[in-house]
Design a protein around this ligand. Sequence first.
Ligand code: SF4
Length: 472
Amino acid sequence: MTQLDAARAGTITDAMERVAERERVDPEFVRQQVADGQAVIPTNVNHDRLDPMVIGREFATKVNANIGNSEESGDSETELEKLHTAVHHGADTVMDLSTGSDLDEIRTANLAHSPVPIGTVPIYEAVTRVEDPTELTTERLLSVIEKQAQQGVDYMTIHAGVRLEHLPLTDGRTTGIVSRGGSILAKWMEDNQAENPLYTAFDEICAILSEYDVTISLGDGLRPGSLADAGDPAQYAELETLGELTRRAWDHGVQVMVEGPGHVPMDEIAGQVERQQSVCDGAPFYVLGPLVTDIAPGYDHITSAIGATEAARAGAAMLCYVTPKEHLGLPDAEDVRDGLAAYRIAAHAADVANGREGAREWDDALSEARYAFDWQRQFELALDPERARAFHDQTLPGDNYETARFCSMCGVEFCSMRIDQDARDEGGMDEIEIDDTDGTDPETSQAAAVNRPPVGTHDTAAGPTDSPGADD
Ligand code: SF4
């Protein structure tokens, strides 16, 4: 019986009890959300080390970290180090996207050590077992899915929504098909002139997943890989199929989440989330970023965290992190740390804005510690305590600074919080009378004049004078 089956039968499982405790909500609320398909608890019956967690828009926004080796680098030891780094820095789930050697060894080690759900993309392993991707067969795909389910994988990305009839819709795209799974399947369909085997065998796949309670993560194989391709007919045609597959998986008792883009201009993100929620009947939306601009390779943990915040604000339930190495190379442990920090900030910012239970208290507690110059408490409460402490101690090392009423940013003389506190301690601040009878005239005020931006600086309608066509 899957968590979905149990929830529908009115049973509150141990996993539901545990996630209710973690989320500070009533277990019955968790059961209801799971029963309605609005939340998932990825819990393979064979993943013994797992501490259950929940993914759904009514719960705290979750963050996934991708790890995995490639043909070029990464073995079991380095992957375990990345897993450790990811969990240590707050990943709620981890996807093992290994495509190199020792796949079974890496997956087994990860599952043995991981307290968080482990996700995979089974087609990656299936491809490594054939000479050419066009040789993939339905039987091979099913056998890899079954083996990984037996091993204890908690959720799997299955790109069943890419249909043969969708492929012509990608003609003319700026960046074609950028999903690894999507591109492999598209090539397979073109070479074999046949429908996607993950689509035709979808009911058999669901039967396997339901046996081990593997959550299906419906992959978006046609996600846009550039702003130019966002929201195009190919993306939305696939989304319609993902909606159909969501309902079919639910019929099998399989828990479902749906994956989303990719690269999307900021002003289109909320609309995309709302569309997914509508088409897929509220199944949790698991988004990759999205990146809100294409211009910053090397900083795509930032470009995508901006989009991730917007997506979570609009209802996305889990954010798949992006590291600074996106588009450029395989992330190492430090990239994992940087990507996770960016995404945990994105998730938390959205949780604060969405009024999520307990989110805002964290900010207030840290601010109080900051104003009290309680450095130890400030470090403990920091998103990345080790980095906060290290940055502070770079310039003011030693125990005698732990109670200092300043840091090196403004220095002892100019520490505004110290000055402010001293002024309040001396008293009299609340006795100051403000004469606002004549108000402030921005035309004559010296302060207003110097703080005003130069003419045209903030006028986004005005382009550079030397831009093409400016003289037309
Ligand atoms: S010196 Fe400046 S940055 Fe440092 S604690 Fe004081 S006000 Fe804050």
